[in-house]
Design a protein around this ligand. Structure first.
Ligand code: ATP
Ligand code: MG
Length: 183
């Protein structure tokens, strides 16, 4: 799975619609302190189903919505879209009938989050499972937050094991087992 494009609208500091093309190879994000580099990575994590407000550096999930500045009013919703190249058909069954997968997450004040995959309403769980086996997703070890290296070093063994299991790509199996047990 390859990310092609990331679109943001009203997400944190990205109040105006922003469309970023993610080219082949290595992408660097550079800019002065506070310009929104971490917000971009959080947008990626968020659209893949992150449901812990703390991981978004907020008290509640609505804190991802543009909160306003002295010159501009707050927004009522935030939306992030990720476009994925699925030409190798690596997505789970049910999501595998097109070359491009477009995942949309939108949060509206007082109404919570809604997700779509290629225009169809889906559950948060569906989006999380879509990424669970792809060594990516909201909790992917490939997305290293600021301060996370220090956290790994200082972690209790149980938590460090969880991080290593995610890095080894086996945490998706636990999620599937959990899903199976619930059914
Ligand atoms: P650094 O180099 O210091 O790590 P950064 O480029 O990673 O900086 P971010 O942490 O992504 O910067 O962006 C922080 C900015 O985003 C701050 O100016 C903050 O006010 C703004 N911001 C965060 N949440 C919101 C929100 N809900 N509404 C408006 N602005 C927000
Ligand atoms: Mg940062």
């Amino acid at each position: 799975m390859r990310f092609n494009r990331l679109k943001l609208n009203g997400f944190k500091s990205f109040v105006d619609p922003t469309d970023l093309v993610i080219a082949d190879g290595l992408t660097g994000v550079v800019g002065p302190n506070g310009c929104g580099k971490s917000n971009l990575l959080e947008a990626l994590r968020w659209v893949m189903g992150e449901n812990r407000a703390k991981a978004m550096r907020g008290a509640g999930m609505e804190d991802v919505i543009f909160a306003g500045t002295s010159g501009r009013g707050a927004r009522n919703f935030a939306e992030v879209i990720i476009q994925i190249d699925n030409s190798e058909r690596l997505a789970p069954s049910g999501f595998n009938d097109s070359d491009i997968l477009e995942i949309v997450r939108r949060i509206t004040r007082d109404a919570g989050s809604a997700y779509k995959v290629n225009g169809k309403d889906v559950r948060a769980r569906d989006v999380q499972m879509l990424f669970a086996d792809a060594s990516t997703g909201a909790h992917s070890p490939a997305l290293v937050r600021q301060g996370q290296i220090a956290e790994l070093i200082n972690a209790k063994p149980k938590n460090r094991r969880r991080i290593l299991e995610e890095a080894a790509g086996i945490s998706g199996l636990y999620q599937r087992r959990h899903e199976a047990e619930l059914k």
